[in-house]
Ligand binder design. Structure first.
Ligand code: GLN
Length: 558
């Protein structure tokens, strides 16, 4: 926790200021600030961008405070790792190997925190903890009940994270929409929390929807009123309401929401529809959100958005554009590839080049004429056999026509299969995931994976370091001797085929320290043919785009 001082002599009298420079003229002696809490809930509809709103608030307060985000999800899976990306969007992987909700991607990208899997609390995890406690005898003699036993487990978990991380400010985002049965226990815990931490240390933010119905041309507050009523029935009285709307909220609607929902007029904030999510912190600042939070929580952590605004400006006003084909099988739901899309946005922020993504469904792919009009090809991660032969066909054309290619995880595996079949002449080469009887299993299951039958949390997960080969393109892109990226896979380039691949010209530009695992490959002599067993998109940041994406876009531009 930082050193805090209480301001005594300027406009912010009485607020906690975290700083290393003590100025007796305007400050009192160091003070231990109690941890503050911001609880974010959502109403009316799902998909309004609660995660982005929470992450943007985090961005605005992170200059001086240590902020830790917690996300509560009402489903009974222990984590989203076993869910189809169609159901839940991308599974985000953390350094520690946690498979978590994609909102953690927003938190990491917006306020530079490296998250831990413990910070994603699902109802599946909660019930697991309660059941273990019951079996251990922690509740001997008692009837185990939703209140207080389940709600206590939720609150204890949150307070434990807060202590472990010495957080100045803890964000708790409650998934779903108020009124959903599956989130009731989380909301009840959040209601109780104000007694535990003190009303002055907790702030409730509610995100709702302000529609402008066709033909009415007027912003409507009724859905917000009803959603706030649902929240109040649960004993939660919001301090701040963010109204998602296609326009800035008018003075009139802010006053109306303020009157009906019992929040201060200045605490009704526009959550504007934007082209680019990175504009949201800028809008929130413009709407006066930081001041409201400072006032309500008695803190002072002013944002500095200068650099951020420059980058956002580059995204909004690109100088040129390229088209990149994304060849996958979850292409109907863009959320399945959220981090890849953001990695490209980060490149745009630095290169000023708009990147149009052309979504190519590779199941039953016959027509490859789209390749005539694109500047580069990405083959992202994936599981199972469907669509893989289409992707292999596309990779072959990319290699033969010298079109920039970036392969991510499955993308590396398929590039190796293509090279084995068509350059090394290993007919029928494949991954044992796609064809268990292949004569040339160039991609095979990791030996340590062979005995595992459980599917949840058992892949090779989390951050691993690779040693980068001197003189390789990958090494020059990272600019370091080693690179640490996050993984999520069961299969690997088969060590028995390493030599035939390298003898035919494939360069292993990064391997595990013992050389057994191939983490990066490249084909020299081509404009850009690079693939990795990892998911570098997970660590890309607005301030520092992932090196492999940056290199790829630069190659597409040339
Ligand atoms: N299905 C492959 C594996 O398990 C690739 C996984 C991925 O792309 N994330 O190894």
């Amino acid at each position: 926790m930082s050193q805090f001082y209480i301001l005594t002599n300027n406009a912010n009298v009485g607020k906690f200021l975290p700083t290393d420079d003590f100025n007796p003229e305007i400050m009192e002696q160091p003070f231990e600030m109690p941890t503050k809490y911001i609880i974010v809930t959502g109403g009316v509809l799902s998909g309004l961008g609660k995660g982005i709103a929470a992450a943007s608030i985090g961005h605005l307060l992170a200059s001086k405070l240590k902020i830790i985000p917690i996300k509560c999800d009402g489903y009974l899976n222990v984590d989203p790792g076993t869910m189809n990306p169609f159901e839940h969007g991308e599974v985000f992987v953390l350094d520690d190997g946690g498979e978590v909700d994609m909102d953690f991607g927003h938190y990491e990208r917006f306020f530079g925190v490296t998250c831990k899997s413990k910070w994603n609390l699902t109802m599946g995890k909660v019930f697991d903890m309660v059941r273990k406690k019951e079996r251990r005898g922690d509740y001997l003699g008692k009837t185990v009940q939703y209140i207080p036993h389940v709600t206590d487990v939720i609150k204890e978990h949150i307070f434990e994270v807060s202590r472990e991380e010495s957080a100045d400010l803890l964000f708790v985002e409650i998934g779903g929409t108020v009124g959903d049965i599956e989130n009731e226990l989380f909301l009840e815990s959040m209601r109780q929390m104000k007694e535990d931490v003190g009303r002055e240390n907790i702030l409730y933010v509610h995100l709702t929807y302000v529609p402008i119905p066709y033909g009415v041309s007027e912003q409507k507050s009724k859905p917000t009123q009803q959603s706030v009523n649902l929240l109040k029935q649960r004993g939660i009285f919001p301090d701040i309401i963010i109204g998602r709307c296609s326009e800035f909220l008018t003075k009139e609607i802010k006053t109306k929401i303020s009157n009906f929902c019992d929040v201060h007029r200045d605490a009704v904030i526009t959550g504007l529809d934007v082209e680019d999510i990175y504009e949201i912190p800028v809008i929130f600042e413009q709407e006066g959100l930081p001041e409201i939070i400072h006032k309500k929580l008695n803190i002072y952590s002013p944002p500095d958005l200068r650099k951020w605004k420059e980058l956002v400006d580059n995204i909004r006003h690109p100088k040129n554009e390229i088209t990149v084909a994304m060849c996958g099988k979850y292409t109907k739901l863009e959320d399945s590839y959220a981090s890849i899309i953001e990695s490209f946005n980060h490149c745009t922020a630095h290169l000023g080049c708009k990147i149009n993504l052309k979504w190519v469904e590779t199941t039953d792919l016959k027509d490859t004429s789209f390749m005539d009009d694109i500047h580069g090809i990405v083959v992202p991660g994936g599981f199972g056999v469907r669509g893989t032969e289409g992707k292999i066909k596309i990779i072959r054309l990319a290699r033969e026509r010298n079109i920039p290619f970036l392969g991510l995880c499955l993308g590396l595996q398929l590039a190796v299969i293509e090279f084995a079949r068509n350059v090394c002449n290993l007919d029928g080469a494949n991954s044992t995931e796609m064809d268990p009887d292949t004569p040339h299993p160039v991609i095979d299951i990791l030996p340590e994976q062979k005995e595992i039958s459980d599917k949840g949390g058992t892949m090779r997960l989390g951050a691993y370091s690779a040693v980068l080969k001197e003189g390789s393109l990958v090494r020059s892109l990272y600019g370091t001797e080693e690179a640490s990226e996050r993984h999520r896979h069961r299969y690997e380039v088969n060590p028995e085929h390493h030599s035939i691949l390298t003898e035919n010209g494939m360069v292993f530009s990064g391997t595990s320290r013992d050389g057994r695992l191939v983490e990066f490959i490249e084909l020299p002599g081509l404009k850009y043919f690079v693939a990795t067993q990892a998911h570098p998109e997970l660590k890309s940041r607005m301030e520092k785009p992932a090196p492999l994406f940056f290199g790829f876009v630069t190659a597409c531009l040339s």
